[in-house]
Design a binder for this molecule. Structure first.
Ligand code: IVH
Length: 668
């Protein structure tokens, strides 16, 4: 780079502005105008300049969205205007009471209000000075919160610098969330990767913002909806309804939908309309917020000790049932995480029969004071996983037992540890029979090496008989050893051995997935097998190379790199090699490589006339890659009938979209 520093400074400034504009068009307006390639080129150029002249790095540079060392602890920020919460109401009568009370306090006046979605996320407050993001904080206790500036900067919908005529000071408040599809994907990945799942999108968002390492926060698909202000100077607002337009002008995302109302009937109508729409929002909502529009009226109405009299939250009902908590069981996962699970008297909730529910972790159990024998409330959290959400303490008779997380692993007796900053408790013994079983079950599962007959019960028997200690032992099983097992006739033995033999030829991605590397799910495994000629090349690759692969990224890349530097993993790989497993990637059939597919990344979504896996194979055979999620790295989305969020995302990002007949044409 033949630059002098002054010239570089100018160029960096220009690039930052261009990138910020692109981020705004893409994330706030959902109308991108720059191609991904150009965006990436600008970004890379900026990184190069900042690498050459580190003194030019500014805190608002887009490169600093993810940067720096993990923190040890969060600094504290005192809110100059306290962050209050709202009173919750659960019935239309209470909403009516709320409005009537205001009418009594403001007699003979119309009281216009605004109804907007109550976003189920984490409250955040961002302070902009002269248009520049100075800091971001959580609510904390309402007076003092955590400084989460670095994590907030990773959210691309959050501008580092406001647009247009900026107020001197603009403190903006809203709710950070993890969108519904991002939540489902994150949990699926965590499950595949042997990590504890989040109970609902709100916990996932909170967990993401509380990461001391901004690189982790950066990988979570976080968004923000802004709905209020804290300290503002240099601009005057008279009404809340003016805020929506102002936020838009400043480049800050806000709710798409809000309703004005000035009577109880109108308020209730808006609440119902919102209820009918909210399930289609990308973020989870759990209610409606009703706020007085005019700030002068707000001032007259004032506050109670902890919440304003001029606003109230109406919470929609979640389906919730009562049943008895029979016991709390401990599950030990593949990576040693101990998860308490509620054993319930079976009950129907949200249309399905439920006998188990998640209790998340010890802290949650303590916080809710759940005891064995209690009558508990069960809800489908985040509209998916059943969870114990509360306790009928009024029905206790004194025989209920408090739960204590065991100090030792219930499976192997090893001490369990709680890692710093984590709520999860882990059994540290990698040879723990539960972990060994889970790893082998995972390896043999349908989604991985697909070994029929090697399910949970069989694995348990083989581990108990010391015939299996790790996945390498699977290929050392023989008829003589198996003959000693209960209920294993000659036929079953032959079938199992045949299934094991057959698995040796499985495609490389299945082997990669089956290894159970932390954070490596199916899509990353497929992407890895697409990228490397064989397992050896993958084992030797640098973290940087790994991170460049779609569906891999930083944390996953590091995890893979670490896995292949563990001596006992290397020894295991050698045993698998000697057993004759396939280490080479699938050869793309000669002559099929098609120019339209080479170096392209596809996402397949919706209902198509052929299985998605089969279509994926067609694309791979032609030299394309297939990824599970739409991102800037996606070249093309093949959208079938009833395609949902992935299609939406593709539209937002301006990714090319093909329907099935267009795709078939391309093939022909
Ligand atoms: S206004 C003075 N508007 O719900 C109160 N809050 O239970 C200012 N929330 O603390 C809050 N969506 O964390 C407001 N549209 C919305 C909201 C919202 C979600 C959260 C927020 C608040 C809590 C109140």
């Amino acid at each position: 780079m033949a630059h002098d520093e002054a010239e570089a400074a100018k160029e960096a400034k220009r690039l930052r502005k261009t990138i910020a504009t692109d981020d705004y068009r893409y994330h706030v307006k959902a109308e991108p105008t720059t191609s991904d390639r150009e965006y990436d080129r600008n970004y890379k150029r900026l990184v190069d300049i900042e690498t050459q002249f580190p003194a030019l790095i500014t805190p608002d540079s887009p490169t600093q969205r993810v940067g720096g060392q993990p923190l040890k602890v969060f600094a504290q920020i005192t809110h100059r205007v306290p962050m209050l919460s709202l009173d919750n109401t659960y019935s239309e009568e209470e909403v009516t009471d709320f409005y009537r009370r205001m009418e009594r306090l403001l007699p003979d006046k119309k009281i216009p209000v605004v109804i907007e979605p109550k976003v189920d996320g984490v409250a955040v407050s961002l302070l902009y000075e002269k248009g520049e993001l100075r800091y971001a904080a959580t609510r904390g206790d309402g007076t003092v919160g955590d400084d989460i500036t670095r994590n907030i900067r990773t959210i691309r919908a959050v501008p580092q610098r406001l647009k247009g005529d900026v107020p001197d000071v603009f403190e903006v408040r809203g709710e950070a969330y993890l969108d519904k599809s991002g939540f489902a994907k994150l949990n699926a990945e965590r499950k595949n990767a042997g990590l504890p799942e989040f109970a609902n999108p709100r916990n996932a968002a909170a967990g993401s913002l509380k990461q001391l390492d901004p690189a982790i926060a950066a990988q979570r698909p976080l968004g923000v909806v802004f709905y209020g202000t804290g300290l503002i100077e240099g601009i005057a607002l008279e009404k809340h309804s003016q805020l929506f337009a102002l936020l838009k002008k400043l480049g800050l995302p806000c709710s798409e939908r809000w309703w004005p109302a000035d009577s109880i009937d109108e308020i209730l109508r808006a609440i119902h309309e919102l209820d009918a729409l909210r399930h289609d929002f990308p973020y989870q909502t759990d209610g409606a917020v009703i706020k007085v529009d005019a700030f002068v009226q707000r001032e007259i109405l004032g506050f109670t000790a902890k919440s304003p009299r001029w606003a109230i939250a109406f919470k929609y009902e979640a389906e919730r049932v009562e049943t008895r908590l029979l016991d709390i069981l401990i599950q030990v996962g593949r990576t040693g995480i101990l998860t308490p699970v509620a054993a319930l008297e079976p009950v129907t909730v949200g249309g399905s029969r439920v006998a188990r529910a998640t209790l998340h972790n010890e802290e949650e159990i303590e916080r809710k004071d759940v005891r064995i024998g209690d009558m508990v409330f069960v809800e489908k959290a985040g509209e998916v996983i059943p969870a114990v959400v509360g306790v009928r303490t009024d029905l206790r008779n004194g025989t209920e037992k408090k739960f204590r997380m065991p100090k030792k692993c219930p499976e192997c007796g090893s001490l369990v540890v709680k890692e710093e900053d984590q709520v999860a408790v882990r059994c540290v013994n990698s040879q723990c029979p539960a972990q060994v079983r889970r790893r082998i079950e995972h390896f043999a599962s349908r989604g991985a090496m697909d070994i029929e007959g090697l399910g949970e019960a069989m694995v348990a028997q083989l581990v108990a008989h010391k015939l299996l200690r790790d996945i390498g032992d699977v290929y050392a099983l023989n008829a003589a050893a198996l003959a000693d097992l209960e209920r294993m006739g000659e036929k079953s033995i032959a079938n199992l051995l045949e299934a094991i033999e057959g698995s040796k030829a499985r495609p490389l991605w299945r082997l990669i997935f089956g290894l159970g590397i932390l954070h490596v799910g199916v899509s990353a495994s497929r992407a890895l097998a697409d990228h490397f000629p064989d397992l050896d090349a993958m084992m030797k690759s640098s973290v940087e190379e790994l991170q460049r692969i779609p569906d891999v990224g930083e944390v996953v890349g590091q995890s893979i790199h670490d896995f292949f530097r563990e001596p006992h993993n290397l020894e295991l790989i050698e045993r698998l090699r000697r057993a004759g497993l396939r280490f080479e990637a699938e050869k793309k059939p000669e002559g099929l490589e098609a120019p339209g597919f080479k170096n392209t990344t596809w996402v397949i979504t919706g209902t198509l006339s052929q299985l998605r896996d089969e279509i994926a194979d067609i694309i791979r055979a032609r030299g394309g890659k297939v990824s599970a999620s739409v991102s800037k790295k996606t070249t093309c989305v093949l959208a079938g009938e009833e395609a949902g969020s992935k299609l939406e995302k593709a539209k937002q990002l301006g990714v090319r979209i093909l329907n099935e007949s267009e795709f078939r044409k391309l093939l022909a």
